[in-house]
Design a binder for this molecule. Structure first.
Ligand code: ZN
Length: 60
């Protein structure tokens, strides 16, 4: 039985709202603090385990 964290499962579902590429967690540790788009490079904060995928919250 594999044990995936909620954030890992969530990461497989969410894509960048701007370019629709996949996102990677930063840092790649147990508790990521932000997501970075592999396409356009925008970074999105993770607040209380919830990725904030708003374009105006993203930083380049
Ligand atoms: Zn993007």
């Amino acid at each position: 039985m594999g044990k995936l964290s909620h954030s890992t499962e969530l990461l497989q579902m969410v894509v960048c709202p701007r370019c629709h590429q996949s996102l990677v967690a930063l840092p790649s540790a147990d508790v990521p603090v932000s997501l970075r788009c592999t396409g356009c490079g925008l970074q999105y904060p993770i607040v209380d385990g919830i990725p904030i995928l708003l374009m105006d919250r993203g930083k380049q």
